[in-house]
Design a protein around this ligand. Structure first.
Ligand code: PNS
Length: 159
């Protein structure tokens, strides 16, 4: 069984994330999406809401499992016998930090990191920008799955 993990905050999942998860799901038998719990940073969506959205939009792939995690990503990998982390690289600006994390994670436990070049359609895309644009009434319907758009519209309308 070849396993990989796609880790992140996913607050919320975007079409950019989904593209990477879909591509990983074609390369591996089982892909874990690991949603990081960050106690010190309250997101727009609760962890369980993020997980529900990711489960909904990845259901069609059939080999994607979604779980929350806190602590070190390498421990998540060790506990589930996952030898590879798959990350999307949008631009050179992503590379510095991603390289540091990849080298640290490899040094900690031997886990490998594989970088997938982001689809250029999504090279400017991030969850933070989606939230900012949506909060000011901008159209993000081409940047997130329909279920996420609905959840975003509802959440931002609550204020
Ligand atoms: O979507 P994000 O917020 O850019 O994802 C960052 C994430 C979750 C991949 C990264 O912060 C991470 O792996 N955190 C887990 C804690 C950890 O293992 N830290 C050491 C990394 S070298």
């Amino acid at each position: 069984m070849r396993r990989a993990v796609c880790p992140g905050s996913f607050d919320p999942i975007t079409n950019g994330h989904l593209d990477i998860i879909a591509r990983a799901s074609r390369l591996y038998d089982e892909v874990y999406v690991a949603v990081m719990i960050n106690q010190s940073k309250k997101g727009l969506f609760e962890i369980e809401e993020r997980i529900d959205l990711i489960r909904t939009v990845t259901a069609e792939y059939g080999n994607v499992r979604v779980e929350a995690f806190h602590g070190l990503l390498v421990d998540f990998c060790k506990q589930r016998d996952i030898p590879a982390i798959v990350k999307g690289l949008r631009a050179v600006s992503d590379f510095d930090y991603e390289l540091q994390m990849a080298q640290m994670n490899n040094g900690l436990s031997g886990v490998e990191t594989l970088f997938v070049p982001t689809n250029p359609t999504y090279s400017f895309l991030s969850s933070s920008l989606v939230k900012e644009v949506a909060a000011w009434g901008g159209d993000v319907s081409h940047l997130v799955p329909a279920e996420v758009l609905t959840a975003l519209t509802e959440r931002l309308g609550e204020d």
